[in-house]
Write a protein that binds this ligand. Structure first.
Ligand SMILES: *Cc1c(COP(=O)(O)O)cnc(C)c1O
Length: 384
């Protein structure tokens, strides 16, 4: 499958994954909620300073849990960027809520906080800041808007594990935060995620929803005699096998993030000259000590240049990719959501942004090869 000399992504094995999988098998519990689930939850609570962390099957499942937990009903509105992954919106549409799309900023590509107030109506129930590329949204402004209007904040921190905003971890500032451990993220378990519950009053119900709508937690703690169905919920726990794999990754997270940041810095230094010549703009998320090196992107002059550069790199054995089709213009987005004001920045950026290969095992030589090929392409372009 992987025929590229430099693929876009490669899952990284940090070290003790197989050892911990063996231990999980030996422990005799494969279903979720065992020793490794607890270890992962505790690690997240301690490292991120969140009140309660609950491991889930995916970032998507975390968003779906958030939508249940915050009691979203048909017709409720949820403000979010259009420039994001489908799950950000889909999780709320499943509850009958309406995504209201707001344009993004030109620098961070995060939701434009100045345009949020204009999107608020008496139906607005929540705002979902998506921390794109692991770079923080303007949380001070967003939290202030939420307090003034009694609106929930659900941080989509799927890409942002261990990134910070003013010394606080992303995902730990909203009422809840959602993390992903999908194999394309920094810290992985194949599929996987976590819901971070920060608002104390939401913790008990979060545990019930997590446990398929039962009071199993209280039963295990001896607080109730019978364990029964008390609320809506679903099967959100991942198995112990997933948790065991993840624990090995979490233990190495600092080193993984450090290396990814070094790669981002190297791209950023190497590509400076092309930016100075006005060939493209480099993403702003790199080279700042607060983000987690999740992504390296450039913004080209047009979609046409992007297509040509992708093809050129592919011929050299390098896979570069782009995303997202803006949700407001996707078939389901048109059906289930609506826009608030103009989507000019979203439309423009989504047509020109290009992500470069980035994975832990990438060597400095690999990074330099990508940089060289990009220079080659633009030199050729000039002489043609
Ligand atoms: C990856 C991602 C998700 C979904 O996470 P999964 O674990 O793949 O379900 C949601 N939102 C954003 C912004 C993401 O990047």
């Amino acid at each position: 499958m992987n025929s590229y000399r430099i693929p876009f992504n490669k899952p990284f094995i940090a070290g003790k994954e197989l050892e911990y999988l063996n231990q999980a098998v030996e422990n005799g519990q494969l279903a979720g909620g065992g020793k490794f689930t607890k270890l992962c939850n505790e690690w997240l609570e301690k490292e991120l300073s969140c009140r309660r962390a609950l491991l889930t099957q995916s970032g998507t499942a975390s968003l779906e849990m958030a939508a249940i937990l915050l009691d979203l009903h048909p017709g409720d509105e949820v403000i979010m960027p259009s420039y994001t992954f489908v799950s950000t919106a889909n999780a709320f549409v499943l509850r009958g809520a309406v995504p209201v799309f707001v344009d993004i900023r030109t620098d961070t590509l995060n939701i434009d906080e100045k345009k949020i107030s204009a999107a608020i109506t008496d139906k607005t129930k929540a705002i979902v800041p998506v921390h794109y590329a692991g770079k923080s949204c303007d949380m001070d402004t967003i939290l202030e808007i939420s307090r003034g209007n009694s609106i929930y904040i659900i941080e989509d921190a799927a890409q942002a594990l261990l990134s910070k905003y003013k010394n606080k971890y992303l995902g730990s500032m909203g009422d809840v935060g959602c993390i992903s451990f999908h194999e394309t993220k920094n810290i992985i378990s194949g599929e996987g995620g976590a819901l971070l519950v920060n608002a104390p009053e939401l913790i008990d119900r979060a545990e019930i929803i997590w446990n398929k709508g039962t009071n199993r937690k209280q039963f295990v703690n001896g607080a109730v005699e019978k364990y029964t169905w008390v609320d809506i919920g679903s099967s959100f726990l991942p198995s112990e096998l997933t948790a065991a794999f993840l624990m090995a990754q979490l233990e190495q997270s600092e080193g993984i993030i450090k290396r990814r940041c070094v790669i981002c810095d190297r791209y950023n230094d190497g590509l400076r000259e092309l930016e100075q010549k006005g060939v493209f703009i480099r993403g702003q998320h790199c080279c700042d000590r607060e983000s987690n090196g999740h992504m390296y992107y450039i913004i080209l002059q047009s979609g046409e240049v992007r297509t040509k550069l992708i093809n050129y790199l592919r011929d050299k054995g390098i896979l570069a990719v782009f995303h997202y089709v803006p949700l407001h213009s996707s078939p389901a987005g048109l059906k289930y959501g609506r826009v608030s004001q103009s989507m000019n920045v979203t439309n423009d950026i989504s047509s020109r942004l290009l992500r470069l290969p980035l994975y832990y095992q990438m060597t400095n030589t690999d990074v330099d090869t990508v940089i060289e090929c990009i220079y080659d392409y633009f030199r050729k372009g000039k002489s043609q």
